[in-house]
Design a binder for this molecule. Sequence first.
Ligand SMILES: [Zn+2]
Ligand SMILES: [Zn+2]
Length: 334
Amino acid sequence: MTASPHWIEPFPHGIYVRPADAWIDPSRPVPRALITHGHADHARGGHDAVWATPETLDIINLRYGRYTGENAVGYGDAVDLNGVSVSFHPAGHVLGSAQIRLEYQGETVVVTGDFKRRPDPSCAPFELVPCDIFITEATFGLPVFRHPPTPDEIAKLLSMLEANPQGCVLVGAYALGKAQRVIAELRDGGFHDPIYLHGALEKMCALYGEHGVDLGELRPVAGTDKSELMGRVILAPPSALADRWSRRLPDPVTAMASGWMRVRARARQRGVELPLIISDHADWDELTQTIRDVAPREVWVTHGREEALLRWCQLHQIRARALALVEREDEDDA
Ligand SMILES: [Zn+2]
Ligand SMILES: [Zn+2]
């Protein structure tokens, strides 16, 4: 086994790019950070200078406020940081999400951040970026995780709605990414009725709209008569499913959209009656297919269930190592 190149080095709190003196998705404040996307386990406050896509910077601004030194880099554009060429490429995970490609002295490294391959009408599709070292997540890195086709899950939601005209379907969905994806998938599935939102989702949905993602007619639950909410799809953050907020709704069927809904015990734990397996992360087949497609010399796994993926790489004669980055994976962002 050859040694890792000295210019890029994993630490528990992030990946360090030595010649650029920059960190990728660091979990503690640093002078220079490269950020893959706006989820809290990747984008944290307190950095001095930050490089990210314009969409990601807008998302971070909405959720946590501005950084002092913001550098917006569009998809496909490259910047030079002390001889390291850094570019951002769509990761297909949420609006603005990027894989970060680094090139230094003829060697290329791609850091996926979180990613998925299947179509998502709410963000740019994953782009395949060839590289020597592929640094990937493995949230669903077990062969048992195979996400079903999304249109089937949307069809389940719509037939539940039809079967329950005096009630409503309340869908728990993460505020950044999943909520907007569920709405966009419903629209793609031919559902054009107004969709009702918990207040915590309104601003992010509006931000998606400003970036050209058409979510159709959205209305706030707040101030709406119970009778108007009959026969409606209502979206709320997962934390709101069980709280008193939902008591204002007419006979809700509780649904949740997450890759973890594959695991029955997790759905039961949260009192979810209609589990919808809709994930913003690659499943086992997408992970392994992506490694085949990228054909890297080495694979590094940042976080998730890495054991099986490491073994799969060995079987396919690809060097692989687990980085075990800390403070990754938000239970609900799946
Ligand atoms: Zn994420
Ligand atoms: Zn993540």
